[in-house]
Design a protein around this ligand. Structure first.
Ligand code: AMP
Ligand code: GLY
Length: 450
């Protein structure tokens, strides 16, 4: 029997909802921007006012953010009549923030610690998928380097070696041969590059095909699927160079048709939510399935338990409905009250402006000019990801991914052109971007879905 963490007594959507938004990146700026458009919003609070984009939209909760001291945020929620906490990033969810904050008066958008294992423990996620026959790569799980090495040396095909825990997207190594796989095992398990995240590794068969992300709101039993999108993880144009947190994203991703989306819902999302329920877990929040469209159909590469960053930034500017209402209904277990989420038929292309050197070392504190000019362009939205306000009030760079520039257009090409024109209005030392977001979309490859 599923454990009900949240009180099912909440029936009606409140007229006004006071919201605390957790997280301080571009994804959270986009969430704040869209939540602010809701007629149901009371006060909007942020745990991360150091992001100038978020600070312009939300009031600071006035305490440093710490999952270990979640009781302080819980007190804040009680004193300020917070109806909903929206958690952007995965770390606080994996650390149990939703468990610590949820009460009968404060709902949380974001899964419990137990449910967050879907992202925070790839070995656990693999076992869950296997138990429910959810299509995913064949994999073996190892807890010691010796047996892992013996396994990869016995194989001739390429494998993918993954640290089981959270590693900011850097713990996955796609290997061409056994030597590379042995080196990957060494980095994760012997040199412990990702710390405890490498206590277990998943060694997976190497799959092939275009990738696509499917995000859905899940309220425990109901699923509301969002438009498909795709991010570009590699640093360089033509999908070359090292993996990053994401250099851009676009939606909708034409590689999945409406029929394909039904297939994904039926074969992947619903069985996953059901499998979680069988484990006694009621999943409430965003479920993100990273898929590879292989010739044998779509297979799950990974689950995330929150909006993708920068996928969120290319989805929300297209969302027509009331995001806050949808997030609240998700957290309240009442998603059936939302018919569907209506998306603008136009395309959105989000380009990340990064600091030179990212994903390695980079300089901070470079002044940025031209944000207002870019943001003032028609069909453009600019989100702050890694910026700060210096003592003189200037906006400066403060992270690897600095700004997210989203362009909208009738076609993906038009959306990209609009985004690029806006990017060109923004200046800072070391500005690095990809001008090809949404051009290398698995050209010509169609998955054998039906
Ligand atoms: P993940 O964080 O698990 O999504 O992995 C990051 C990236 O590694 C994915 O976006 C894929 O490009 C690649 N990848 C992960 N698993 C596989 C796999 N089984 N076969 C091929 N590529 C993979
Ligand atoms: N853009 C991929 C992620 O958010 O994990």
């Amino acid at each position: 029997v599923p454990r009900h963490l949240y009180h099912p007594a909440v029936k009606r959507t409140p007229d006004k909802i006071n919201v605390v938004l957790v997280g301080g990146g571009g994804r959270e700026h986009a969430l704040a921007w869209k939540i602010r458009q809701s007629a149901r919003l009371g006060a909007l609070w942020t745990t991360h006012p150091e992001n100038p984009g978020i600070a312009a939209l939300a009031r600071p909760v006035g305490m440093p953010f710490s999952v270990k001291e979640a009781y302080r945020l819980a007190q804040f929620c009680a004193h300020n009549d917070i109806g909903l906490v929206v958690v952007g990033p995965e770390e606080p969810l994996a650390g149990g923030l939703a468990d610590a904050l949820a009460t009968d008066r404060t709902l949380v958008f974001g899964p419990t610690k137990e449910a967050a294992q879907l992202e925070a423990d790839k070995a656990w996620a693999k076992r869950l998928m296997r138990s429910a026959s959810i299509p995913t790569g064949e994999a073996r799980i190892f807890t010691d380097a010796e047996s892992a090495r013996a396994f990869v040396e016995s194989r001739t095909e390429g494998v993918v070696v993954k640290a089981a825990g959270l590693a900011k997207g850097k713990g996955v190594m796609v290997c061409d041969d056994a030597a590379q796989a042995v080196a990957a095992i060494d980095r994760i398990m012997v040199q412990r590059e990702f710390g405890d995240a490498g206590n277990q590794i998943v060694i997976e068969e190497r799959l092939d095909g275009p990738e696509v992300s499917v995000l859905a709101l899940v309220d425990g039993r109901n699923i509301l699927i969002l438009d498909p999108c795709q991010d570009h993880k590699r640093l360089g144009e033509g999908d070359t160079g090292p993996n990053t947190g994401g250099m851009g994203a676009y939606s909708p991703a034409p590689v999945l048709s409406a029929r394909d989306m039904e297939h994904v819902q039926r074969e992947i999302l619903i069985p996953t939510v059901d499998a979680l329920r069988r484990e006694g877990i009621e999943y409430r929040g965003l479920l993100y399935a990273g898929l590879m469209l292989t010739h044998a159909g779509p297979k799950v590469l990974e689950f995330n338990v929150r909006f993708g960053d920068p996928e969120c930034q290319c989805l929300l500017p297209r969302l027509r409905g009331d995001l806050l209402e949808a997030l609240w209904a998700t957290a309240a277990g009442r998603l059936e009250s939302i018919d569907e989420l209506d998306f603008d038929a136009r395309s959105a292309c989000c380009i990340v402006l990064a600091s030179a050197g990212y994903p390695g070392e980079y300089k901070r504190g470079n002044p940025i000019e031209g944000i207002d000019a870019a943001a003032g362009t028609p069909d453009v939205v600019v989100f702050h990801a890694g910026t700060a306000r210096d003592t003189q009030g200037r906006i400066t760079t403060s992270g690897g991914r600095v700004l997210n520039v989203v362009g909208l257009g009738e076609t993906l090409d038009a959306a990209r052109a609009t985004a690029i024109a806006a990017c060109d209005k923004i200046r800072f030392e070391g500005k690095t971007l990809r001008r090809d977001i949404g051009t290398s979309i698995g050209a010509g490859v169609r998955a054998g879905l039906h």
